[in-house]
Structure formats: structure tokens, C-alpha cells
Write a protein that binds this ligand. Structure first.
Ligand code: UDX
Length: 453
């Protein structure tokens, strides 16, 4: 089948390369000339495991081509995927300017079977219907167009795997013929295909991300309660996860959720729900709880150091999660801002194996970016593990003790073996766990109070 994908971000590019791998002829376009130039020479301009190999292989085989002009790139396509960004506006609404701009550039064609435009971007409920009306209003009557919603659930860092092994494929189609054509296109992927109406498909995407957000905030609040009451949250998460009605995923407590989707989609759902008269109070509360976590970590640091002003503190890991170079809504950014605001004399060093220029752009300029964990940790009075990159697990107690002025480590992701480190003289304090050295680190109201100073 001839396909086109508008938007070469992680979702668009993975969709384009994935369908090319399945044997389709795919044209992928983007307004960013720099990105298209890099892709045309086989370079994927962001960190996404396995995607570059997939892109190169299919470009070399002639099944995947790149362009800048949506009209040209989509001119022969039977199915056109729109995978452009829908960022948050100030009020939480998803901004659809790129979606309308892309749709307005689709050219006319010579009759034949209806063309299918698939919305992959996350959009408010009702967008597919609006888009179809807009296209029908603009295109000549012989250009029959159907708009479907096939939301994308892939995660950054495992996007390629998620494309080829999705948990489910949701096809929100306007009519049985459109559903059948899209079902045929997706049939080779090993996943249940759920056919539904377009509004349900659109809301399902928002609901999935909002559900994860609620679950994560539940985990983080439960971890705080474990700290207050002298219980061990990782043990509790394990116990919860063994219940098959609950399951083990997304119960990891830490510095909270970030990235380009979860917070944005949860905000969008709250806004949409308020307007629809069916408020999503749980989701709104999950967002508020998530926003407090960097402050909570700052207060832990204050308790551990008895005043971090003029102290040197190292941040280990900056991206919103491991396996990506994405700094969008990364908890590290808010944590750095909170620490600098509360302690103007503090010296913050930071190291991330992948964030590179994205970290420079996202973090306050006062943060000193280092090129290794060792250089960030040298002379530090404390360190906060912000993102659980695997390389931090290979740091030994000796490393912390010899590089740092005081080996105090706040493990913001429960990624390290706190007991082993504590036994070897490192003060390692996890999330939702009792501190190993109660004399150094108070639990109870001092550590857990969340009032802003
Ligand atoms: C998410 C959804 O998972 C995906 O289905 C959707 O298509 C896009 O949004 P992604 O943004 O890649 O994917 O992030 P994800 O892996 O879901 O993690 C989201 C955040 O939750 C990260 O900040 C991560 O660190 C955090 N997280 C995840 C936890 O704090 N604890 C956990 O147990 C799991």
C-alpha cells in the first residue's frame, strides 16, 4: 500500500519506518528542513534505540522516502497519517495549529477510492470529525475523504518495539469500509485490534495516559505515607503488584512523571472534562501531587544536609526517564529550579549520559553540566539520583566515598542497592524507605511537610 506520514517526530518516524518494514511504500515529510536533511542521510536526530537502523534499512531498500512538501509527499497515498505535535497551551488545551496546517496542505486527487486520513497525534475528542468536515469543505467533491483515529501508545525509548509488539491497536473509524482497510493495514502486527467509533478512540488515548498518571501519583503518595509511618514502599509495591487485579507496572515511586505525553495529556483531559461537565478530579489531583515531588525532594535534601546553601549538590540523570534524550517536563528541571530558588548560594552540578544540548536548553543556566558522573560528584556534599540510567548502578560505594566531600546520596528512583551502600559507609536514602542513619536524617513531619517556604 502507498502510505504517507506527516510529522517526523518519534511517533511519525516510527510509524513510517515500521510500515515500510512491513513492506509498504512510505513517504514521510516534516516542516523541519534540518531534520529531513538528516533523515535523508540516514541520521535520526534524536535518541531512540533501533530507530536509526530501521530507517536506514528501509530508506536503502527504497521503501521509505523523506520530503518537505506535504502536498507532494501525500499525493499518491491511500492512507495519510498525521503525526504532528499537539503541545499544551497555557490553559491545558492541546494546540491543534500544526494539525490544521498539515491538513490544509493536503492536495486534491483524481477520484477513485476514498482516501483515509488517520490522526495519530493525541487530540481532543471530536477532532477527527472536525478534520473531516474541514477537508470536505476544502477539497473538490470528487475527492472523497474519511478521517479515522488510530491513537498511538508507544513509549519513548522502546518506540520500535512498541510499534511491532503493541498491546492493542485501536481503530476509530467513521464507517465499516474505512475500518476494514485500516484493519488490513495493521493485521500483520501481533495485537488485538479494537474497532470503535472515532470519539471513543480519541478519548481512550487520553484515558490511558491519565490512568497511568493517576497510578504514578498514587505510588508517590503511598511512598510518602510509607516514609511517615516507618514502612517500606518497595515492599508494598511488590505486594500490590502480585495481585493480578492491580499488576506490577507503573508503581515505581520517585520524582514523578514527565515527558512529552503523560503530563500534557492529563492536563488536556482535565480541561476537556471540565468543559464537558464531567470533571476528572482524580486526574487533576494526580497532576497536583506530581508537581509537588521536586519540592519534596528539596526538603529531603535540606534535612539531610541541614541547610544546602553554599553546598555543592550533584544531580545524576536529567532526562525524564532513561533511554531517551528528551528533557520535556523532566522532573530534573523543576528540581533544579526549586533548589536554586530556595538556596541561592547552592552549587548544582549535573551529569546525564544522553541529554546533551537538550539539557543546556532546558535547565537553568546556573547548573554546571559535567561530562561524567565522576566530574559531577567530585567534591559534592550530596547527590540526587534523578533518572535511573543503568550506568549509575555500576557506581560503587568507593566511588561515592572517594569523589564526594560527604557521601550522601538521595536515590530519587530507588535504583541503587541502598542497603549495600549503607553497609559500606554511604548514606543512601531512597524513596518511601526508612533512612539508614536516622540520626542524620529525620523522618516525619520535617521531611514530609509540603508547604512552600
Ligand atoms: C507515555 C505512555 O506510556 C505511552 O503509552 C504514550 O504513548 C506516551 O506517553 P512515555 O512518555 O514514553 O510514554 O513515558 P513512560 O515510559 O510511560 O513514563 C512516563 C513517566 O513516568 C516517566 O517520567 C517515568 O520516569 C515515570 N515512571 C514510569 C515512574 O515514575 N514510575 C514508574 O513505575 C513508571
Amino acid at each position: 500500500m502507498k502510505l504517507a506520514v506527516v510529522g517526523a517526530g518519534i511517533v511519525g518516524l516510527t510509524t513510517a519506518a515500521g510500515f515500510a518494514e512491513l513492506g509498504h511504500q512510505v513517504e514521510c515529510c516534516d516542516v523541519d528542513a534540518g531534520k529531513i536533511g538528516q533523515l535523508a542521510s540516514g541520521v535520526v536526530p534524536y535518541h531512540e534505540p533501533k530507530l536509526e537502523t530501521l530507517v536506514r534499512r528501509n530508506a536503502e531498500a527504497g521503501r521509505l522516502r523523506f520530503g518537505l512538501d506535504p502536498e507532494q509527499s501525500t499525493s499518491q497515498a491511500e492512507v495519510i497519517f498525521l503525526a504532528v505535535g499537539t503541545p499544551s497551551g497555557d490553559n491545558g488545551h492541546l494546540q491543534l495549529a500544526s494539525l490544521w496546517a498539515a491538513a490544509d496542505k493536503l492536495g486534491a486527487w483524481q477520484g477513485g477510492r476514498p482516501r483515509i486520513v488517520v490522526i495519530k497525534s493525541t487530540v481532543p475528542v471530536g477532532t477527527a470529525e472536525r478534520l473531516e468536515a474541514r477537508l470536505r469543505g476544502r477539497l473538490p467533491p470528487e475527492c472523497d475523504v474519511r478521517v479515522a483515529s488510530v491513537p498511538e501508545f508507544l513509549r519513548e525509548g522502546t518506540a520500535v518495539r512498541d510499534f511491532f509488539e503493541p498491546a492493542r491497536i485501536v481503530i476509530g473509524a467513521p464507517d465499516p469500509e474505512t475500518f476494514e482497510r485500516l484493519e488490513l493495514l495493521h493485521r500483520r502486527l501481533p495485537a488485538p485490534i479494537v474497532g470503535t467509533d472515532r470519539r471513543s478512540a480519541e478519548l481512550a488515548k487520553l484515558a490511558a495516559n491519565a490512568h497511568l498518571a493517576v497510578r504514578l501519583s498514587f505510588a508517590n503518595e503511598m511512598a510518602a505515607l510509607a516514609e511517615q509511618t516507618g514502612a517500606d514502599y518497595p515492599a508494598i509495591a511488590h505486594i500490590l503488584g502480585l495481585d493480578e487485579r492491580i499488576g506490577p507496572h507503573y508503581l515505581g515511586a520517585g520524582l514523578g512523571f514527565g515527558g512529552s505525553c503523560l503530563p500534557k495529556d492529563a492536563r488536556a483531559l482535565v480541561r476537556l472534562a471540565d468543559e464537558a461537565g464531567a470533571p476528572q478530579t482524580l486526574v487533576a489531583a494526580a497532576l497536583r501531587a506530581n508537581a509537588m515531588l521536586p519540592l519534596r525532594m528539596a526538603r529531603k535534601l535540606e534535612a539531610a544536609l541541614s541547610g544546602p546553601s553554599r553546598r555543592k549538590v550533584a544531580l545524576l540523570g536529567l532526562t525524564f526517564k532513561p533511554g531517551t534524550d528528551d528533557m520535556r517536563e523532566a522532573p530534573s528541571v523543576r528540581l533544579a529550579a526549586v533548589l536554586l530558588r530556595r538556596h541561592p548560594g547552592i552549587v548544582l552540578t549535573a551529569y546525564d549520559p544522553s541529554a546533551g544540548e537538550n539539557a543546556k536548553r532546558a535547565l537553568p543556566s546556573a547548573v554546571r553540566l559535567c561530562d561524567s558522573a565522576e566530574s559531577a560528584l567530585r567534591g559534592a556534599d550530596a547527590a540526587i539520583l534523578v533518572t535511573e540510567w543503568p550506568e549509575f548502578r555500576s557506581l560503587r560505594a568507593e566511588d561515592f566515598k572517594s569523589w564526594m566531600r560527604r557521601p550522601i546520596l538521595l536515590d530519587g528512583r530507588n535504583a541503587l542497592d541502598a542497603e549495600a551502600l549503607n553497609a559500606q559507609g554511604v548514606v543512601c536514602i531512597g524513596i518511601g524507605r526508612l533512612p539508614a542513619t536516622p540520626a542524620d536524617f529525620p523522618t516525619g513531619s520535617a521531611a514530609n511537610s509540603l508547604e512552600w517556604k
